[in-house]
Design a protein around this ligand. Structure first.
Ligand code: DI6
Ligand code: FE
Length: 401
């Protein structure tokens, strides 16, 4: 069906800048953008449907390129304990932290995990998200990682949303491999990744490179296996310390390296050369009350593409709004609204290997866009919360009005 969307202003985000078209019109057909430009230049056409957008501002559909949206239980109890003075170490000693989410996830059925994740994903969708990445990583054995990845696939099948799955089996050490991290990495490489990839459940592979998780050498073993399986890689790197995981990610042409508060200028140079996207996660920085800021000057100086994501997870970023992350990126990391908006559109698409088809409103790309009731694009980073989408359109069809 050919639809003419008119009476709007567009921030197309082409080339990662606003690329504004005032008094614009958009023609969509077969889920793609057929034409976009000033209304005054609209070529003659016969549309099946014409929609007046009432002068709204239109941006590409938002892309959340880093979430752990599927998990069992929640950790609000730990949040309360910490505010009552209980330390992380005490909570971990009580079996809290990631381990408690792993237990709850292993105990939950696929249907229970789907139902709880759908609630969280729908909250992101109401905020304008049309494409979402979701990681496994709370199962930590073949059966439960498979369960998580099947739920992730099902979310993409049952919701009007593009969902990309990432296998994060190397997220934490499961209890059955206590003090045997190298053996667990062998299990991931020899058993889990080959099986899950063969079942078509994995779009990318991720790992947590950190002193309290896995070493660069252990991560590299996972990367070598991912490359053998022809799967792209991503990495949680430099969140709490500098292990130069981001440079390792760059050596493997990773789609992205994520967190990056402790990255160095050398890491930024390596990422710029490989085209690895820097995914910044202000929600985790804020929720953990971190103080080490990511090196924005080095990232800008070396032209590293910067994306912003929610890192939605029960422990360090229970964030159900990607737009709130936009404000945090500006307020905490001092990004400009234009940089932040590129971070949840074109650069986020690139971090998912979708830069050729998603993330900007250009002819031939997917017709995923949001009509916002705002006065200018910066409003998306300015307002804390609120209900700003007037319409959400995915593949040229309204999914929310
Ligand atoms: N970094 C994080 O902040 C989360 N995972 C990761 O690799 C923590 C996940 C959790 O606490 O449940
Ligand atoms: Fe994460």
């Amino acid at each position: 069906m050919k639809t003419l969307w008119q009476h709007c202003h567009v921030a197309s985000m082409a080339q990662g800048t606003y690329s504004i078209i005032e008094d614009a019109a958009i023609v969509t057909s077969a889920g793609h953008i057929e034409w976009i430009g000033p209304q005054a230049s609209l070529p003659p056409l016969s549309a099946d449907r014409t929609v007046d957008l009432g002068g709204a501002w239109v941006t590409p559909g938002l892309i959340d390129c880093h979430t752990h949206a599927v998990f069992g239980g929640n950790r609000s109890g730990e949040f309360e304990q910490r505010l009552q003075g209980v330390s992380y170490a005490d909570i971990a000693a009580q079996g809290g932290g990631i381990a408690s989410t792993v237990r709850a996830t292993r105990a939950a059925s696929e249907d229970e995990l789907f139902a709880s994740a759908r609630q969280r994903v729908q909250a992101l969708m109401r905020d304008g998200v049309t494409t979402l990445e979701i990681k496994s990583g709370y199962g930590l054995d073949l059966a439960n990682e498979r369960k998580l990845l099947k739920v992730i696939r099902r979310l993409g099948e049952e919701l009007p949303l593009t969902v990309r799955s990432t296998c994060l089996a190397a997220h934490a050490l499961p209890p059955e491999y206590k003090d045997r991290a190298d053996d667990y990495i062998s299990h991931i490489c020899d058993d889990m990744l080959p099986a899950l990839a063969a079942e078509g459940l994995v779009d990318a592979v991720d790992a947590f490179c950190e002193y309290l998780a896995f070493s660069p050498d252990q991560v590299e073993r996972v990367f070598i296996k991912a490359r053998e399986l022809q799967l792209p890689v991503k990495l949680h790197a430099e969140q709490l310390s500098s292990l130069h995981g981001s440079s390792l990610a760059a050596r493997y042409q990773a789609l992205s390296a994520d967190h990056l508060e402790f990255m160095t200028e050398e890491d930024a140079i390596a990422m710029a050369e490989s085209g690895t996207v820097a995914v910044l996660l202000p929600g985790a920085f804020y929720f953990l009350r971190e103080t080490q800021l990511p090196p924005m000057d080095a990232l800008r100086k070396h032209g590293v593409k910067i994306a912003i994501a929610s890192d939605l997870n029960p422990g360090t970023s229970p964030a159900l709004s990607l737009r709130l992350m936009l404000n945090m990126a500006c307020t905490l990391f001092r990004m400009t609204p234009e940089e932040a908006l590129a971070g949840v559109t074109l650069h986020a698409a690139t971090a998912l290997g979708l830069g050729h088809s998603h993330g900007s409103l250009e002819v031939g790309k997917m017709a995923d866009f949001v009509a916002w009731q705002i006065e200018r694009p910066a409003d998306l980073c300015y307002w804390l919360g609120g209900d700003l989408p007037k319409r959400v359109v995915r593949l040229g069809r309204e999914i929310f009005n």
